[in-house]
Design a binder for this molecule. Structure first.
Ligand code: NAP
Length: 246
């Protein structure tokens, strides 16, 4: 489905980002992963991805840093020639009730989840517009649509990603570029592993399908949105949440 395409995936060394990178590689795309992890972990992730018979390179990059992400995008374009698919997946949480949330907690989450997404779009925007082709996929969250006690920073960042997605979709719609968001519910990754078992069981009770999703559930939708099967879909926010929020 993605033969000869070049995909950039932020936070691609583990969790949902890795599953998306691996799924796209299995479908023929060459992959650049950006992550904060050390070179050994980045290399290990890349080796697994490249075992699908595609090219994969790891770039250590903090997406919340405007200048650093600009340099890395330039390097990727030098190394791969262009970018066809951008997946803004890197994200963090710093959960606390608003009463206890510090300014630093708020800023850290907004800087990675929302500003990081903006930075990556900003630095690839011109080449997408010039090439008249592109698939931008932003990972939001159901929490950005429904709110969640203890996640003022996270839900605000993910709601911001929805607004950013729709704006970019409108700006680039006539240039052959699709920009959509995925809003996962609870997906089993390092991020959710940090929750207690009791909290996870409580969550399952609120999910109509009564189970936590897998990174592959999200990757399947990302593959569809990255492919030309979704050519007439833009500015959408699609949930992958087992019916949690409907
Ligand atoms: P994860 O397992 O924690 O993976 C996130 C990845 O992003 C990590 O590899 C992390 O690197 C990287 N990262 C963090 N900050 C970064 C930065 N500033 N620059 C570059 N890379 C950075 O999380 P996940 O569960 O796979 O989540 C992926 C995305 O899905 C996030 O945007 C998250 O908000 C969203 N999401 C997840 C769930 C869920 O239930 N898991 C639900 C809804 C939405 P390090 O580990 O090296 O720091």
């Amino acid at each position: 489905m993605l033969k000869n395409k070049i995909a950039v995936i932020t936070g691609g060394a583990r969790g949902i980002g890795f599953a998306i990178a691996d799924k796209m590689a299995k479908n023929g795309a060459d992959i650049a992963i950006l992550d904060l992890c050390d070179d050994a972990a980045g290399k290990e992730a890349c080796e697994k991805i490249a075992s699908n018979g595609v090219k994969c390179s790891f770039y250590r990059c903090n997406v919340s840093d405007f200048a650093q992400s600009e340099e890395v995008v330039k390097q990727i374009i030098t190394d791969f020639g262009r970018v066809d698919i951008l997946v803004n997946n890197a994200g963090i949480t710093r959960d606390k009730l608003t009463l206890a949330m510090t300014e630093a907690d708020y800023d850290a989450v907004l800087n990675v989840n929302l500003k990081g997404t903006f930075n990556m779009i900003k630095h690839t925007y011109r080449q997408f517009a010039k090439n008249k082709y592109g698939k931008i996929i932003n990972i939001s969250s159901v929490v950005g649509l429904m709110g969640n006690a203890g996640q003022a920073n996270y839900s605000a960042s993910k709601a911001g990603v929805v607004g950013l997605t729709k704006t970019i979709a409108k700006e680039l719609a006539t240039r052959g570029i699709n920009c959509n968001a995925i809003a996962p519910g609870f997906i089993g990754t390092h991020m959710t592993d940090e929750m207690t078992e009791a909290a996870q069981n409580e969550i399952k009770k609120s999910i109509p399908m009564a189970k936590i999703g897998t990174p592959e559930d999200v990757a399947n939708l990302a593959l569809f949105l990255a492919s030309d099967m979704s050519s007439y879909i833009t500015g959408e926010v699609i949930k992958v949440d087992g019916g949690l929020y409907m």
